[in-house]
Design a protein around this ligand. Structure first.
Ligand code: P5A
Length: 446
């Protein structure tokens, strides 16, 4: 993409109403624009990152054997009356009446809708296990939408639902989700720690939230500092292997790590030596639930059990805050100049800065780099504006591309360009061909 042909409305001023750094940077970098309280338009740069996050979520869900689909945002109130949640859900649910006076709602979550789909089509234990998921907009009429996409009213969620014949099988689905979530967040450059939590309006008392530690996080958390040493890494996993998934769950959840909803000071003190006790704040980027037959029983989602009986299926649901993740990644990865995108989600792989726009030698070198990178399957952002070097660097630093190639007349004379890491600020002088090779190596490794 050439910057002169792009739509990147960066702001010079720091928006006064944005309280936390990720919100400020998303506005300044021209990623989002508020449409109304807690509701945002995704401008091209923000949309690119959102799509990258979605892609990683899809890849990891499919790797775990979960099946993508798409359900609507608007739902009929009748299904929610069947489960009993129409009245329970309270003011967070946006209720709508259509022209035929039918009660509708903008879905805050989809347990009812998916249970209805399941009961219409599945009757036998032979069709299980089954896990369906989608990535779809949700609406929760939050009393205090704030911090930009962190606590929106309209937000994008990946929500998945497992159907199993027994509690034991459903717990394997739970473990599988835990493992796939660990992989998912790490690919985005995040450490998200599973912590015992509360079921809230979704239900069930077996649930973990995934938290990214950050001072600006809305959740208060208590944990054994040893949990922060755990990484999933690139280990091979067989998602059908019950013992292996259970092993990962135990590795990541045995040590004390809880949100304030379930925190128990007595247990904390007895289980964790003082020097490892931590209390901090965190951003909830996902949550997994096992709630058994909470929805299947009242809604009649039954299967024959192979022994002449019919049983309600055991279910769980599993959510990732897709749009919230942009905020969480920025909170975890920025400096005073702007965002620092992890390679996994960056909107463009590399920025090209032409220090002498309009001079034939630098222009030609930039065009060569641009074409060379595109030919290798990369998406460069070429700053081809007629601007001062300082302004070009400031824009690149603000929008946070992890790598920058700077092309100037002095370098061209020597036959080199400068390759700079946004994270470390370190630069190396290499030939243009070598710069393309280095970019290819960097992204191949990840
Ligand atoms: C699990 C999937 C559920 O709704 N039902 C379907 C279950 N869980 S949850 O924890 O309530 O939400 C899942 C994740 O969505 C993100 N999230 C939000 N993101 C932005 N703004 C909001 N107002 C908001 N509310 C929830 C969180 O990341 C949460 O973990």
């Amino acid at each position: 993409m050439r910057l002169t042909r792009y739509f990147l409305p960066v702001l010079k001023e720091t928006p006064a109403d944005a309280q936390i750094v990720s919100h400020r940077l998303m506005l300044r970098a021209g990623m989002i624009k508020q449409a109304s309280a807690g509701i945002y338009s995704w401008l091209p740069l923000g949309y690119r990152v959102l799509r990258n996050i979605e892609r990683i979520v899809h890849e990891e869900q499919e790797r775990a054997g979960h099946i993508p689909m798409l359900m609507p945002t608007l739902q009929s109130a009748d299904l929610w009356r069947e489960s009993g949640r129409y009245d329970d859900y309270g003011e967070e649910m946006l209720r709508i009446r259509d022209r035929h006076d039918r009660d509708m709602l903008y879905g805050p979550t989809n347990e009812e809708l998916i249970t209805d789909i399941f009961r219409s089509h599945v009757t036998s234990y032979k069709d299980l296990p089954l896990t369906l998921y989608h990535i779809q907009w949700k609406f929760r009429d939050e009393i205090r939408p704030r911090f930009g996409v962190m606590r929106g009213r309209e937000f994008l969620m990946k929500d998945g639902y497992n159907f199993d014949v027994s509690k034991e099988a459903a717990l394997h689905a739970y473990n599988r989700h835990l493992v796939s979530y660990l992989r998912t967040y790490e690919r985005m450059g995040l450490q998200a720690i599973p912590m015992r939590a509360d079921g809230g309006p979704i239900g069930g008392d077996y649930t973990h939230e995934f938290l990214v530690l950050a001072e600006t996080g809305e959740s208060e958390v208590f944990y054994d500092s040893a949990v922060t040493d755990l990484t999933f890494g690139d280990r091979e996993i067989d998602y059908d292997d019950v013992a292996q998934c259970q092993g990962v769950l135990e590795e990541f959840t045995t040590r004390y790590a809880r949100t304030d909803e379930t925190h128990d000071e007595g247990v904390f003190h007895s289980q964790v030596p003082e020097e490892r006790r931590r209390s901090a704040r965190g951003i909830e980027v996902g949550q997994i639930f096992y709630f058994g037959t909470k929805y299947s029983e009242p809604m009649g989602a039954m299967v024959d059990d192979g022994q002449g009986g019919r049983v309600p299926v055991h279910m769980g649901s599993h959510g990732i805050g897709v749009s919230r993740l942009l905020g969480a990644i920025i909170e975890a990865s920025h400096d005073d100049k702007g965002i620092i995108w992890p390679e996994g989600v960056t909107p463009f792989h590399v920025g090209i800065v032409n220090l002498r726009q309009g001079e034939s030698a630098t222009d030609a070198a930039c065009e060569g780099l641009y074409a060379g990178l595109k030919a290798r399957g990369f998406d460069p952002l070429y700053d081809d504006r007629d601007e001062r070097a300082g302004a070009k660097f400031a824009t690149m630093d603000l929008i946070g591309l992890p790598w920058r190639i700077t092309v100037g007349p002095r370098g061209i004379e020597k036959g080199v360009v400068e390759l700079t890491s946004r994270r470390t600020g370190e630069s190396e002088e290499v030939s243009a061909e070598a710069a393309v090779e280095r970019i290819a190596e960097i992204y191949d490794d990840r």
